[in-house]
Design a protein. Structure first.
Length: 66
């Protein structure tokens, strides 16, 4: 695929990668369940945002506008 037109995609991918790295560090450091849950929720939130952005770019557009 070519270059993605929405800069949010790259930004969200970087944020997710950072959150996943943070999760690995938290687990390695023996973080408590609350810390891991906060991190998990942040990852899920960013993944949802990424999905929405990708759908907006790549989903077929309706043949007519309402």
């Amino acid at each position: 695929m070519g270059k993605r037109p929405d800069p949010r995609i790259d930004s969200l991918e970087r944020e997710i990668a950072g959150l996943v790295a943070e999760r690995q560090r938290l687990r390695g450091d023996g973080a408590d369940d609350d810390q891991l849950e906060r991190n998990r929720r942040e990852i899920v939130s960013r993944q949802h945002e990424l999905s929405d952005a990708l759908i907006a770019i790549y989903a077929p557009q309706p043949a007519f506008a309402a």
